[in-house]
Design a protein around this ligand. Structure first.
Ligand code: FAD
Length: 472
C-alpha cells in the first residue's frame, strides 16, 4: 500500500517532516485540498491565495521529478477534509495519511476530525510537528504553563535546543512511476482570477525561497542588526511569505546560520543572531496560539482589555486603509502593504499602533485588513503583532509607550526616501519636510491634513486604557 502526504502550509519537498515519514513506508501519493471559500471566509486575501496556488504548482512540478503524483481537490470548507481525504485514500489504496501540524484552533480542529475519521475506517492519520523546533507544550514555564513572555521562552528555547531538533529531514527517493490502476486526474492549479499583484514580485516555490535565503546571507545578514529597522533599506530577508507557506523551513534557515556562524545560534555575528531571534518570535507566537486558544477566537490575550472603549470611526478606518491619514510615514506604509502585499516590520508596528492608539480603533479591524492584503499573512504572527501593538497581548507594549509616528519617521526614514517612494506627491519636498509637511505644502500637492492631532490622540488613548478595570 501507499501513503498519502497531505500538503497544507509546507509546500516543499526538502526537509519536510511528514513527507519524509510518509516516504519511509513506501510509495507516496501527495494531496492538496484547495479550500478557497473557507480561506476567504477566514479573511485571507487574493495575494496570499494566489501565492499559495503558484506554490502548489511549483510543488507539483518538483514532486513529478520524484514520480510522486499530486492530487488536487477543491473543497468549500475545512469540514469536508475528512471525507475528501478518505475518498482519495480508498481510490489509491492508501493505508495512512501524513501531515504537518498547523496550530491555529480552526486548523487543529480540522486535523482532529481527520484523525478521528481515519481511525473509524481502520486507517491512520499522523500529524507531525514540523514548523517549530519545539512542539507547543514541549517548552513550559517552571509552573508547567505556556510562556506568555518572549524572553524566558527564548532562553528556554536556546537552552533546550539539541542538534537533532534542527536536523534536516531526508528528501524522499525517486519512486517507480505509478502503473496499474489509473490515478485520478490532477487538475492543474490555475492562477486565481482576482490576483491583484504582479506575480514576479513574489516568485513561488522552494527554489525561489532558497535563492532569497542565499542572497540574504550573502548581502544582508551581517548588517541585519544595524539595518533591519530602516524601511528604505532592503535589510531583512523578505522570507516571510515563504516561511508562512512552508516553501522554506525554519530548520533550513537555522542550519544556514549555523554554517555561517561557527555553529552557534546565540553568539557570534550580531546580525545573524538577531535574525535567529526573529525566528524564535515566530515560534513563540505559534506556541501562544496553541496555549491560549482564546486568541484564535477574536479575543484579547489580556482579558481586562476586552472592556476597552474602541471608537467607531468609519472615516478614520477608511483613511488608514487607503493611506490618507495625513501622517506620511503611516500612509507610505499602508500604500506599501496594498501595492506589494508586504510591509516592513518597523512600519507594521507604527501603523498598528497608529490605528489602535491614535485612532483608538479596535485592533481586530487592522488585523483583518492586514490579513486581506499580506502575502505573508499568518494567523499567529499577525495576531501576536497586533495584540503587541494594541497592548492587549502577551508581551505587549505598555499602553503608555505610544510611538509618535513623526518621531519614528525621522528616526527610521531620516532622509524621507521611503516616504518619497510610496507617497510620490511628497517627493518634491525637501527630505525634512516630508515627515510633516506644512498646510500650504499639503494643499499644493493635494495631500490631506492629519486626521488626528498627535498629542490629543495620544491622551485620548491613555485615558481609554486608564479607564480599564485592573488586570485579572
Ligand atoms: P526578517 O526580519 O528577515 O525575519 C525572518 C523571519 O522571522 C520572518 O520571515 C518571519 O517569519 C519571522 N519573524 C520576524 N519578525 C517576527 C515577529 N515579530 N513575529 C513573528 N515572526 C517574525 N509576520 C508574518 O510572517 N505574517 C504576518 O501576518 C505578520 N503580521 C504582523 C503584524 C504586525 C502588526 C506586526 C507588528 C508584525 C507582523 N509580522 C508578521 C511579523 C514581521 O513583521 C514579519 O514577519 C516581517 O516583517 C517579515 O519580513 P522578513 O521576512 O524580511 O523578516
Amino acid at each position: 500500500t501507499c501513503s498519502l502526504m497531505w500538503f497544507r502550509s509546507d509546500l516543499r519537498l526538502h526537509d519536510n517532516t511528514a513527507l519524509a515519514a510518509a516516504a519511509r513506508n513506501g510509495p507516496v501519493v501527495a494531496v492538496f485540498l484547495r479550500s478557497v471559500p473557507h480561506w476567504q471566509r477566514h479573511g485571507h486575501g487574493a495575494n496570499k491565495l494566489d501565492f499559495r496556488q503558484r506554490g502548489v504548482a511549483a510543488l507539483a512540478d518538483a514532486l513529478a521529478g520524484l514520480n510522486i503524483p499530486l492530487l488536487h481537490r477543491d473543497i468549500s470548507a475545512f469540514g469536508e477534509s475528512p471525507a475528501a481525504l478518505l475518498q482519495i485514500a480508498r481510490e489509491v489504496g492508501a493505508g495512512a495519511v501524513h501531515f504537518n501540524c498547523e496550530y491555529p484552533l480552526d486548523e487543529q480542529r480540522r486535523d482532529a476530525a481527520v484523525v478521528e475519521a481515519f481511525r473509524e475506517e481502520g486507517l491512520s492519520a499522523v500529524g507531525h510537528h514540523d514548523s517549530v523546533a519545539f512542539a507547543p507544550g514541549e517548552l513550559l514555564t517552571g509552573k508547567g504553563g505556556y510562556y506568555s513572555v518572549f524572553t524566558p521562552f527564548s532562553r528556554a528555547w536556546h537552552r533546550q535546543l539539541t542538534p537533532e531538533r534542527l536536523a534536516l529531514r531526508e528528501t524522499p527517493p525517486v519512486q517507480k512511476p505509478s502503473s496499474g490502476a489509473p490515478r485520478p486526474a490532477v487538475p492543474p492549479p490555475t492562477r486565481l482570477a482576482d490576483a491583484p499583484l504582479d506575480a514576479s514580485r513574489w516568485p513561488a516555490g522552494e527554489a525561489a525561497a532558497a535563492d532569497r535565503l542565499e542572497r540574504f546571507l550573502r548581502f544582508r545578514a551581517r548588517r541585519y542588526s544595524s539595518q533591519r529597522d530602516f524601511p528604505a533599506i532592503a535589510g531583512t530577508s523578505e522570507l516571510s511569505p515563504y516561511l508562512a507557506l512552508g516553501m522554506i523551513s525554519h530548520r533550513q534557515c537555522l542550519q544556514a546560520v549555523l554554517a555561517e556562524n561557527d555553529g552557534s545560534l546565540a553568539e557570534g555575528d550580531a546580525g545573524l543572531t538577531a535574525w535567529v531571534n526573529e525566528l524564535v518570535w515566530r515560534e513563540f507566537y505559534q506556541h501562544v496560539a496553541t496555549g491560549f486558544p482564546r486568541v484564535c477566537r477574536h479575543r484579547a490575550f489580556q482579558a481586562h482589555t476586552e472592556a476597552l472603549a474602541w471608537r467607531d470611526d468609519e472615516a478614520g478606518f477608511k483613511a488608514w486603509c487607503e493611506g490618507r491619514t495625513g501622517y506620511p510615514i503611516v500612509d507610505a506604509a499602508m500604500r506599501q502593504l496594498v501595492s506589494t502585499g508586504w510591509m516592513h516590520n518597523r512600519l507594521r508596528m507604527v501603523t498598528a499602533m497608529f490605528l489602535s492608539k491614535h485612532l483608538l480603533i479596535d485592533w481586530r479591524r487592522g488585523e483583518a485588513f492586514f490579513m486581506r492584503h499580506l502575502v505573508d499573512g499568518e494567523f499567529c504572527a499577525n495576531n501576536g503583532g497586533w495584540q503587541w501593538a494594541a497592548s492587549t497581548g502577551t508581551d505587549a507594549a505598555p499602553y503608555f509607550r505610544i510611538f509618535n509616528p513623526t518621531t519614528q519617521s525621522h528616526r527610521f526614514d531620516a532622509d524621507g526616501r521611503f516616504i518619497a517612494e510610496y507617497v510620490p506627491e511628497l517627493a518634491a519636498l525637501s527630505p525634512r519636510d516630508r515627515h510633516a509637511p506644512s498646510d500650504t505644502q499639503r494643499a499644493n500637492v493635494g495631500y490631506p491634513p492629519p486626521i488626528v492631532e498627535q498629542k490629543a490622540a495620544r491622551l485620548r488613548a491613555l485615558d481609554a486604557f486608564k479607564a480599564l478595570p485592573p488586570p485579572t
